[in-house]
Design a protein. Structure first.
Lengths: 349, 349
């Protein structure tokens, strides 16, 4: 299989269906496969990620995931929840570097909650460590206390090797961009933050001295993203801080429904591509979700895993033209349905 | 002592000096005391928080802290860093509930990076758990790995009792406001998040069913704060998420240099008051920092620990009048020095 589609939950199947249409038109020779994932997989098989699905993901050249989770599964035990399926997929595929662009599409600058001049032309990249840290560390448990009540524990763990490999991705990316990396942690109060800073500093000195490196505390990074996001080029951070900071940054651009992401592992292994938005249970099933984030995730897959840069360029240009001509789903202030936005892109291809 | 002043580092001493002037004019009968703290204490005594200082803090009726930290102490071992002094002060005083307002001062709405209509009239309160979670949990260490490289561990720990007491503060506060609490965690991927949600839900059902409670994932909270901050009344969260979210929210208001905070423990024990801004090494020593956040922290101390509501009202009104008359330090787009802003407030008292 070239591309494994995992539509998942909520608006996931709706937006993934548009990816399928685009793929069939643009790259009809690509072999596609589709499997249940997340809550949908739990409902069918009692697990959010079936063994065969993980095996299929590892055997594919690229995986495109729609979205997972929703209130329907809030009562399911944590290790069977849709989100656990996604964590296990990321870990199983060893995609440790999550590239999340904070990009403001020109025609959409006014959709941002920030003042126009702060976001117009905004283009930075968050590199989030994706398979380590507190979402994975052991021990993790909830125990009963002898005197009554409970105690819950999660563990943040990072090794030199885990930090170094994701930092390397950030430095390499920066070289192809504006040559700046800001590394965010809480080295003032966390031991993992101290090690993070040390490893990034060492790697920089050893191999990337040509890249401009700054260190920033994660709480200050949250402030700076809100205050003056254009100061960033590549923002490197851990799994937990990356989760929060990338969502704030994506929302800021006013283009949340437009933003794709890529999770990459070692060269030659399949990448995992996902829209940044979630499963959006509030609008699921209504056919109004914006499919562009999923379509642009496919564009990233073409470029980075499927060796189809020419088609990726064509697809990107088609999305731009559709937007220029005024194609807008509801999140962008328009009235197009999911399918109509798919049509608009197909018409430009 | 009524009020212990801990000026600390960076701009801390500059802004605290203005608090002293205001206190001497407004409440000359209050007994003030002042001690070194943070990096300044480390330089003098080899520890960021001397035992006598902690004892003095616990014996005072209220403590006002300026700011801690700076590049000067970046190389100091973690347990001797200025920030460690602050964590130990919070823990030693058992001030588990940190109240951080996200408040947009009317005359300053245009200073926000958000569009005016999104922040004008903004007034919500973040209640951050302050003495538990990952900044305190054990084990925490960095170890050498046998094959080379290192491994760093931090531990997030929360108990039912810790969550319940801070949630209680949030619910009580909400009753005196717009009666809404949003509780933020990552219960979809963290065990501490699961326990957090469970304890907050139980307490709500048992004692605060009249308050409107919603649960929100912390990453989504970061988005919502940026997108539509006015939806919040009281936002309850843990130490780590509270650190990040409250900084983003404070910056959004455009009034960062104006925002005070209070850290409270059990009734009758002294509260710890701090401006939200940090030590701002870039402008320290220049006499241009905005002292209003520190002055308003004193206002909170008057109200909540020192039983001087009438004087607190007078002080708040004086600050408002000074702003209305156009008093502005550099962060607010003006040219007043720290001392001149102090003068402006004193003139209105
Ligand atoms: C769904 C969830 C497990 C996931 C995460 O927290 O990593 C999501 O929030 C994300 O950011 O991709
Ligand atoms: C200085 C530091 C220890 C502190 C924290 O992280 O709690 C600060 O960032 C804050 O938010 O008060």
């Amino acid at each position: 299989t070239d591309l494994l589609l995992l539509p998942g939950d909520g608006i996931g199947p709706e937006v993934t269906a548009q990816v399928r249409r685009v793929a069939e038109a643009l790259t009809p020779d690509l072999k596609l496969e589709e499997r249940l994932f997340g809550g949908a997989s739990y409902d069918a098989f009692g697990t959010p990620l079936a063994d065969e699905t993980l095996a299929a993901a590892k055997a594919a050249r690229a995986v495109l995931m729609g979205a997972v989770g929703g209130p329907k599964w809030a009562g399911v035990p944590r290790d069977k929840r849709p989100e656990a399926g996604l964590l296990n997929l990321r870990a199983g595929m060893e995609v440790f570097a999550n590239l999340r662009p904070a990009l403001c599409f020109g025609p959409l600058a006014d959709a941002s909650s920030l003042k126009r001049e702060l976001v117009e032309g905004l283009d930075f990249m968050i590199v989030r460590e994706l398979t380590g840290g507190i979402y994975f560390g052991e021990p993790r448990f909830i125990e009963e206390l002898p005197g009554g009540g409970k105690r819950a524990v999660d563990t943040q763990v990072y090794t030199t090797a885990e930090i170094e490999r994701v930092a390397r991705v950030a430095f390499e990316l920066a070289r192809g961009r504006r040559n700046k990396v800001a590394s965010a942690e809480k080295s003032n109060v966390m031991d993992s933050g101290l090690l993070w800073r040390e490893v990034v500093t060492d790697l920089h000195k050893r191999e990337y001295a040509d890249v401009e490196l700054t260190h920033i505390l994660a709480d200050n990074a949250a402030m700076q993203i809100v205050k003056a996001p254009k100061q960033f080029d590549v923002l490197l951070t851990d799994n937990l801080f990356g989760d929060i900071l990338s969502d704030a940054a994506a929302q800021l651009t006013g283009s949340l429904g437009m933003l794709p992401s890529a999770a990459l592992g070692v060269a030659g292994k399949p990448g995992l591509y996902e829209p940044i938005h979630g499963s959006a249970p509030d609008i699921a099933g209504q056919g109004v979700a914006n499919p562009l984030a999923a379509i642009l995730s496919f564009e990233m897959a073409l470029r980075w895993s499927l060796d189809r840069a020419a088609e990726a360029d064509r697809l990107y240009a088609a999305v731009e033209r559709a937007l220029e001509k005024g194609a807008r789903t509801r999140d962008l202030g328009g009235a197009l349905t999911t399918v109509q936005m798919g049509d608009a892109v197909l018409a430009e291809l």
